[in-house]
Ligand binder design. Structure first.
Ligand SMILES: [Zn+2]
Length: 221
């Protein structure tokens, strides 16, 4: 069982570095894709995102990055951002903390990022405490439900369009299981959200921190 939007009790477990949505100005939404990269799915998704001019954040499974490194490199080259989703997609509730942290570290060696999303959203307090020294933990505002074969693409699209709210983080999956629904829904979702006056941004490397304006001339000089 899962919730389209997180239960209030989960959101109450907050910290300065655990994010269920991204605060800030403007009508920004945040697209995120978990569990890739998987060439058969991630590559067509990249075509969609390129066509639409949208950048997204990918929470990668280390093992998939290892097996499909050129796809990972392409993600980065095309301006998307990657976060850590452990090396073997471990369920924190069922994994001893030391194993969990070691597996996350193994992913870090391939995916250098300050963003972490726990697989299944399941993580225990000692794991959270340890990881917060190194990461911002990015949870979600809206689960599309693309991984659930009981959901039609129409239902999945509705799950998302019912929660168009500035700052919301949407979760899709670039996995084989979710592919057919996800690839159908994502372009439609982007079009509809834009019609409603929203646009899409990368989840910031340091959520909650306003980036300092960059003086490009000074940089170039
Ligand atoms: Zn996952």
């Amino acid at each position: 069982m899962y919730f389209i939007t997180p239960p209030k009790i989960a959101m109450a477990m907050h910290s300065r570095k655990i994010w269920w949505r991204i605060p800030g100005e403007g009508r920004k939404l945040y697209l995120s894709f978990d569990d890739g990269p998987v060439p058969e799915v991630t590559l067509p998704l990249l075509d969609i995102l390129r066509d639409q001019g949208v950048k997204a954040t990918f929470f990668c499974v280390g093992e998939n990055v290892f097996n499909h490194y050129p796809v990972y490199q392409q993600l980065i080259e095309e301006g998307h951002r990657c976060g850590n989703h452990t090396y073997n997609h471990l369920n924190g509730w069922k994994t001893p903390t030391e194993t969990y942290l070691g597996n996350t570290e193994r992913c870090s060696r391939l995916v250098p990022s300050g963003l972490f999303r726990p697989p299944h959203g399941r993580i225990r307090p000692p794991q959270t405490r340890a990881l917060l020294r190194q990461f911002h933990i990015i949870q979600w505002s809206v689960l599309s439900g693309d991984f659930d074969p009981r959901n039609s693409p129409e239902k999945c699209l509705k799950n998302c369009l019912d929660h168009l709210k500035a700052g919301n983080i949407f979760v899709f999956h670039d996995s084989l299981k979710a592919a057919s629904t996800m690839l159908e829904v994502v372009p439609e979702f982007i079009r509809e959200a834009r019609k409603a006056g929203f646009d899409f941004s990368l989840i910031p490397e340091m959520p909650g921190v306003d980036p300092k304006p960059v003086n490009r001339h000074a940089e170039a000089g």
